[in-house]
Design a protein around this ligand. Sequence first.
Ligand code: ZN
Length: 151
Amino acid sequence: MSDDTCCARLPEGETCGRAPFDASLPFPLCTNHLFAIQRWDFREAAERFREQHPQPVVVRPDRSIVYYVRVGDRVKIGTTVKTVRQRFQGQLPPDAQVLATEPGSYEVERRRHRQFRHLQDANEWFHGGPELWEHIAQLREEHGTPDDLVE
Ligand SMILES: [Zn+2]
């Protein structure tokens, strides 16, 4: 059997074997089988796959942290299971500063977002304010400064 014939398996168990549509295909498929794939409902199949393979819970509360990162005059309060640096992967401006972290996941994050709602700018972004600075100072006392915690 040659490599450059259609590799689709027929219902009888044999390989199709027709000439491939084009040499640029990642693997050889004839015109009929190429169009059979194009007509196939990927979205429906993906949904069925997700139903059959439910995702495990991604955030493990014992491992995740809520972080406070200052960029300019705003503070982002978010959650990550990685270190803060890994979370942002160089996307933060150089003057960004990790102010504090605390153990917790999205529930803690939501609680902080409610707590500082009066300072909220947009989504996870907050303006500075005495209550927020005091909270951050408390976290640093309790959980260390981010230089100790974040690589
Ligand atoms: Zn074929």
